[in-house]
Design a binder for this molecule. Structure first.
Ligand SMILES: [Zn+2]
Length: 263
């Protein structure tokens, strides 16, 4: 049988820059000399069978957990999902580059990513993201209208950005978002309050990121249960998503939907 997904190139000391909406928090690069799956040769044939299943079977749409409570009107901040099962969570941000192969790649992967999209990037491209929503079963959540750094901005300015994106997502994709990711990972108490006031339940950060085809970890050197992984709709979408999938398989963890764990 033809192997649909082949592994890959060792990317060792490549100190990939953390860019886009990645947090200013340090994301560790792999130690020099350590082999990291970075890119993939070849693409599946159109009629190729789906790639091998992940280690852990998963029934999509099964509620697994709840968001932490909102206290004093401030939405909780989730950095990692509490689970003892080998599950991880892939998130895709912004929406700047619309790679035409993203839909098929996501469908074939069996992963159910969460998309945190900015209105400025999906406006005029609703059909592209709607197809991914409808055919690949992703959730679309809030990331502000124009991707500003919210921290320190007045409440009203933050609320306009956060509610505006929620309204636009509801109008374009038929479902109001329940989760919010602050651009650059930067938020403050006004952000937490505005997220609640705009009808959402939690702020979601991340514990690992994919940049230039390399998975980077905030701690340790592999994906761990409960990790939330950040990547972007960039020119490197294919390399980044395949690096994540290969890494998940290598580390024995299965990507599952965030929404099942943050009900
Ligand atoms: Zn972003």
């Amino acid at each position: 049988m033809r192997k649909a997904v082949g592994l890959a190139v060792a990317v060792g000391a490549a100190a990939a820059m953390v860019a886009g909406c990645s947090s200013p928090q340090a994301v560790q690069t792999p130690p020099a000399g350590q082999s990291t799956v970075g890119s993939v040769q070849g693409r599946p044939e159109p009629d190729a069978p789906p790639p091998p299943q992940f280690a852990q079977p998963y029934q999509f749409g099964t509620p697994q957990g709840h968001v932490p409570p909102t206290v004093d009107g401030k939405a909780p901040v989730v950095r990692k999902i509490q689970t003892d099962k080998p599950y991880v969570f892939i998130t895709m941000d912004d929406g700047a580059i619309k790679d035409p192969s993203a839909l098929q790649l996501i469908k074939d992967s069996g992963a159910k990513p969460t998309l945190f999209l900015n209105e400025k990037y999906f406006k005029g491209h609703e059909a592209y993201f709607k197809a991914i929503q409808d055919q690949a079963g992703v959730e679309i959540d809030d990331h502000t209208m124009t991707h500003p750094n919210l921290r320190g901005k007045p409440y009203e300015a933050q609320k306009k950005e956060i509610c505006g994106d929620a309204d636009a997502i509801a109008a374009a994709f038929g479902k109001r978002p329940l989760l919010f990711r602050p651009p650059f990972g930067n938020y403050d108490a006004n952000t937490q309050k505005a997220v609640t006031d705009c009808g959402m339940k939690a702020i979601v950060l991340w514990t690992a990121a994919v940049n230039d085809g390399v998975v980077q970890f905030q701690s340790g050197d592999k994906l761990k249960p409960g990790d939330i992984v950040l990547m972007h709709f960039r020119t490197t979408f294919v390399e980044d998503f395949r690096a994540f999938l290969a890494r998940a398989k290598q580390d024995g963890v299965t990507p599952v939907p965030l929404s099942d764990f943050l009900q």
